[in-house]
Design a protein around this ligand. Structure first.
Ligand SMILES: Cc1cc2nc3c(=O)[nH]c(=O)nc-3n(C[C@H](O)[C@H](O)[C@H](O)COP(=O)(O)OP(=O)(O)OC[C@H]3O[C@@H](n4cnc5c(N)ncnc54)[C@H](O)[C@@H]3O)c2cc1C
Length: 617
């Protein structure tokens, strides 16, 4: 089967090397002296080949075949995944993000993100199978003692063992504090764990020789709620002191979910300890710290969710763009009265171009957001080793706080919108399974649900990070970054965009003053009813900023291209993306501010009974 994946190599290069100026801002530091541009470019080139080849060619076939729970409780995966896994491990893709001292390449985070964009976009189901190996490696490095590190870290880094995160239970989804899985101490210092976890991605498959389940559970006698949760490592198979597999650990796969998408990745219901003892290892030496320990891994998973969304949305957009340039249908609108008017490619219809421009500006804006976030993470790492000043590190830290929920929630919501538009551009063909865009829509939808639903991201932003508007430090940090990155003298035609951006920032400031006032009056319910809208306002300003930054860079690049020399189309396209976004999407910030300012409280005043009436009749 042909590859379904289309990579956005030129825009990825633009963001990394021209917009983030990675060579000067990151690679020049001693911490990253082991990596130069040529090495990064070579890795990106190989990634593109693997994504567009092996992974992309399995995208649709694995969706059609899906996973099967076999009578022996093992999960059968789609044809071709075993071979792809072997190539993946042989080529050491996991090692790109592993520290040098552990034999990895320790690539700077934006380069890893670029690699992930292509791999996740090419085959999200396959990539979910190895998705938690590297995050768990870091979790154990940070919190696990020497014994756990020696047992697990190398195997996870090399993909010999894989990992799953097990939080969700039937009565504990968003409400993590309701987790009931129980743990009791054993005599040798380990624990026995019993309970049921549902919706566990990549459970019970046989690609790796063992799977490490990272389980949030409650030690007998622990306090209720999140304060009583501890984090345990529960291997699928037991092992001896040398790490050799020596028996079953009684983690059973009871069923697989019948899902809307991601059919190539099993989503398992797992029971622990119901057919025998499931041995568990406490992470670290202090119980009841589980949620705190998982925080950084969960933040990382939220960024990764944004990367999944970006990778698929980008490929969906490129499919739509390619199709629109090939499909002939209808005539020039000005000649539509004439039956003999020549037929045109649909890209010549203004409405199709409207859809393409919305997809293009959204995808490019989302890419800039996710990569910029990765660059800020890098800056905080540089500060940790004394290679960045305190003020720079503070600003970067604030931007990581702001951009993480945006990367998770806004990018996943926009990816869904992009996939929908890509189907629309394809017309009836887009609705069929011959064309991969319907699969992108199905595969993308989960991204707004897992790793904390998108509402939870919005609530985290307005409640925990902005103090319901009373602590607007992140808005000020954003203003500072915009001021520092956009030179005063942008080209004349871009100056109105700069003014529009400042006006949008002011609308956010006014909105936060209002929500702070509501909060002072004890009406946090009013504020939370607008949480999703407030996150979107921030996201639109951030996208506007980064698209404008890209346009300024493109403008300068165009000035360097001699007239008639060619090669300017890409840069001209970057300016168009910004112009389209500012004219068509950024105005929604003022509209959102007006809606919130209108103080209509229908949402909080509507009684739940209104929805119960008629349900089930
Ligand atoms: C394909 C797939 C893969 C998954 N993989 C994993 C995995 O690997 N590991 C794992 O542990 N879990 C996994 N999950 C579970 C996923 O994280 C949960 O589905 C998610 O956390 C939401 O929980 P829930 O489904 O119980 O929905 P609920 O929590 O019941 O939420 C339903 C709706 O109510 C809203 N809501 C809930 N509480 C509140 C509140 N306090 N305020 C406002 N609104 C609220 C939500 O935003 C949502 O819109 C997976 C799920 C799926 C479908």
């Amino acid at each position: 089967m042909d590859s379904a994946y289309l990579a956005a190599g030129r825009d990825i290069d633009f963001v990394l090397w021209e917009q983030l100026r990675l060579e000067e801002k990151v690679l020049a530091h001693a911490k990253f002296q082991h990596c130069d541009r040529a090495m990064a470019a070579d890795i990106l080139h190989r990634t593109r080949d693997f994504a567009c080849g092996v992974l992309g060619s399995l995208y649709q076939s694995s969706d059609r075949e899906g996973c099967r729970l076999q009578p022996n409780g093992h999960v059968g995966l789609p044809t071709g995944f075993l071979e792809a896994w072997q190539v993946y491990q042989h080529n050491g893709w996991n090692m790109l993000a592993i520290p040098l001292e552990d034999g990895g390449l320790a690539l700077p985070y934006p380069v890893t993100i670029a690699v992930q964009e292509m791999l996740y976009g090419a085959n999200p189901a396959f990539m979910t199978l190895s998705g938690f190996c590297v995050p768990l490696f870091y979790l154990i490095r940070r919190f696990g003692g020497a014994t756990l590190q020696a047992l697990f870290c190398e195997k996870l880094a090399r993909g010999q063992w894989s990992a799953c995160l097990c939080m969700t239970e039937p009565a504990a989804g968003s409400d993590v504090g309701a987790i009931r899985t129980r743990v009791e101490p054993r005599q040798d210092g380990s624990y026995r764990l019993a309970g049921t976890k549902i919706f566990i991605s990549a459970g019970s498959h046989d690609l790796a020789e063992n799977i490490v389940y990272v389980v949030l559970a409650r030690i007998a006698g622990a306090p209720p709620g999140t304060a009583g949760l501890s984090c345990f490592l529960v291997p699928r198979f037991r092992f001896d002191a040398s790490g050799r597999i020596d028996g079953d650990n009684h983690v059973s796969c009871e069923r697989l979910e019948n899902k809307m998408g991601l059919h190539g990745c099993p989503t398992a219901e797992l029971t622990f300890g119901s057919h025998g003892e499931s041995v568990a290892y406490l992470l670290g030496d202090r119980p009841n710290r589980g949620l705190l320990q998982l925080l950084s891994m969960m933040n990382q998973a939220r960024i990764t969710t944004g990367v999944f969304a970006l990778g698929m949305a980008s490929s969906a957009y490129l499919h739509a763009a390619r199709y629109a340039c090939e499909r002939v249908q209808g005539s020039d609108q000005r000649l539509s009265f004439s039956a003999s008017a020549p037929r045109v490619r649909i890209v010549q219809h203004a409405d199709v171009r409207r859809m393409l421009l919305e997809m293009k500006s959204t995808v490019e804006g989302c890419r800039a957001v996710v990569y910029k976030l990765a660059a800020y993470v890098c800056m905080t790492q540089l500060a940790d080793v004394g290679e960045s000043n305190a003020a720079g590190a503070r600003g970067a830290g604030a931007m990581v706080d702001l951009l993480t929920p945006i990367a998770k929630a806004y990018v996943s919501d926009q990816a869904w919108r992009v996939a929908e538009l890509a189907i629309q551009v394809h017309g009836g063909y887009g609705y069929t399974r011959d064309c991969p865009v319907e699969q992108y829509a199905r595969d993308i939808k989960i991204l707004s649900i897992w790793e904390g639903t998108n509402y939870l991201q919005a609530a985290d932003l307005i409640r925990d990070k902005l103090g319901f508007g009373a602590r607007p430090a992140l808005l000020e940090a954003l203003r500072d970054q915009i001021r520092g990155s956009l030179p005063d003298l942008v080209a004349a035609e871009l100056q109105p965009l700069r003014r529009q951006l400042d006006a949008a920032l002011d609308r956010i400031g006014e909105t936060l003053s209002l929500t702070a006032e509501w909060s002072r009056k004890g009406r946090i319910d009013f504020v939370l009813s607008h949480a999703t809208r407030i996150l979107r306002m921030f996201a639109h300003v951030v996208l506007g900023w980064l698209l404008l930054e890209g346009a300024v860079i493109a403008q300068r690049a165009l000035q360097r291209i001699a007239p008639g020399a060619g090669g300017g189309e890409f840069y001209a396209g970057k300016i168009l993306s910004a112009r389209f976004f500012f004219a068509n999407l950024l105005p929604s910030v003022a509209a959102d501010a007006a809606i919130i300012g209108g103080a209509d409280f229908t949402v909080v005043e509507t009684s739940p009974e209104v929805f119960a009436v008629g349900a089930g009749q």
